[in-house]
Design a protein around this ligand. Structure first.
Ligand SMILES: Cc1cc2nc3c(=O)[nH]c(=O)nc-3n(C[C@H](O)[C@H](O)[C@H](O)COP(=O)(O)OP(=O)(O)OC[C@H]3O[C@@H](n4cnc5c(N)ncnc54)[C@H](O)[C@@H]3O)c2cc1C
Length: 383
């Protein structure tokens, strides 16, 4: 019986690519077009967590960020396409004096924790930005950090790269304009929007924010159980003719991401409450104004696109992967929230290990069971 993958965003596409590499027969169904969700956005920052207070979650993300470079290079060689990936590093201005001593502690933490075999990544602290003519010196009154682990990718080029690989797949088929309406994981059946049923051996549920109610209902949980929520984000793309080698800039939630084609993406708002998931408004304009202050050359750049999308935030705040004991055929692959592009390839590996009957080594907070327990406790305490 084939594997069914629900959702053609960054999560579902990596799952499909990994299924192809393992020779697993699979069908990926996407409600609209591939990349129609948040994965078809603009930003593509690949940001490490802070190097202090090291944990299995930080180690997982670090290993994923290091490995992504090679995984993308392999797909690029196989397809002849580019994902617009570059380990460009990240500049973090330090606007207040107390942030300098914290950053200097992080410099030492990175020395011990940001090591992969022979490779050492750094968190340098200095008095000026590491490159001239990019970030305004005034933005970092107490200095600047240069992190050499951060990278970026073009989200749309990444989706196109994964899709192109799947075009030549022997084991995986992709069906667009096809929604899964409901799942019976124990019977191995999915009801599709076409009115047909799809039979499956396992189902990987990777349909972004819509995965939370789909998984809840498939597991037979109370309708009040919220396994996660959608968090809106707005971003913009500037025609900046920027040097693509420039580092990403990060300051208080503002991301400035120079891309390979000279465009620069600016993001992102983070909105729990919203009426229209797709609209942009003055919150984005405020973000643009802040970006112009930090990188003044951007103020002259025409805005090519304003965009908004919904991030999948799981109830436990961590990614949501794997199955629960009573319904082993349903495998979650969701909840990447703000960091999906850096870890989706590793999470997809974990999901496929579950499909193959193995227990993946992932942080316990990532497990679907953990999220179900948190959501059930939350419901009980609100009753
Ligand atoms: C403004 C903004 C900026 C961001 N910046 C970054 C960043 O810099 N770095 C980073 O790593 N992440 C970033 N993110 C987060 C990232 O985009 C998301 O975490 C990621 O795209 C989620 O991927 P996904 O595959 O889980 O879900 P999605 O991309 O939402 O994909 C799910 C897919 O499932 C389909 N679908 C839905 N329901 C069904 C159904 N019933 N049947 C079939 N298909 C269905 C949808 O059409 C969609 O294509 C950002 C997000 C936003 C909004």
């Amino acid at each position: 019986m084939p594997l069914l993958i629900v959702g053609g965003g960054i999560m579902g596409l990596w799952a499909a690519v990994k299924a192809e590499r393992l020779g697993i027969n699979a069908l990926l169904v996407e409600a609209g077009r591939l990349g129609d969700g948040a994965s078809g956005g603009l930003l593509g920052a690949l940001m490490p967590h802070m190097p202090d207070r090291w944990s299995d979650k930080k180690q997982f993300q670090f290993d994923a960020l290091v490995a992504l470079e090679k995984e993308i290079a392999e797909l690029e060689a196989e397809t002849g396409l580019s994902a617009g990936y570059r380990r460009c590093g990240r500049i973090i201005p330090l606007p207040k004096p107390h942030l300098r001593s914290i950053a200097e502690r992080h410099e030492r933490d990175a020395g011990g924790n940001w090591v992969s075999g022979e490779r050492q990544f750094h968190w340098h602290v200095g008095d000026s930005p590491s490159v001239a003519g990019w970030v305004d010196e005034a933005a970092g009154q107490a200095g600047f950090v240069l992190d050499t682990l951060a990278a970026r990718v073009s989200p749309r080029a990444m989706i196109a790269l994964l899709a192109a690989f799947l075009l030549k797949a022997r084991h995986v088929r992709v069906a667009e304009q096809c929604s899964v309406l409901s799942l019976d994981p124990d019977g191995g059946r999915a009801v599709l929007s076409s009115g047909n049923e799809a039979l499956f051996g396992h189902v990987v549920v990777a349909n972004g924010p819509a995965s939370f109610p789909l998984i809840r209902d498939a597991l037979g949980l109370d309708a009040g159980v919220a396994l996660g929520q959608a968090v809106k984000g707005q971003a913009a793309l500037l025609d900046a003719a920027a040097d693509p080698a420039m580092p990403v800039v990060f300051l208080n939630g503002l991301y400035i991401v120079p891309h390979e084609d000279g465009t620069v993406a600016i993001g992102s708002t983070s909105e729990d409450c919203f009426s229209d998931p797709c609209s942009t408004d003055e919150k984005l304009e405020n973000l643009l104004a802040e970006a112009y202050r930090v990188v003044p050359s951007l103020a002259r750049a025409p805005v090519l696109e304003r965009w908004a999308g919904l991030r999948p935030k799981a109830v436990g705040r961590d990614p949501m992967v794997g199955s629960v004991a009573d319904h082993p055929k349903l495998v979650a692959l969701s909840g990447g929230f703000k960091v999906s592009f850096g870890i989706a390839h590793f999470l997809a590996d974990a999901a496929l290990q579950v499909v193959c009957g193995h227990t993946p080594v992932i942080p316990s907070g990532f497990r679907l069971q953990e999220h179900v327990s948190i959501a059930s406790r939350t419901l009980e305490s609100s009753d």
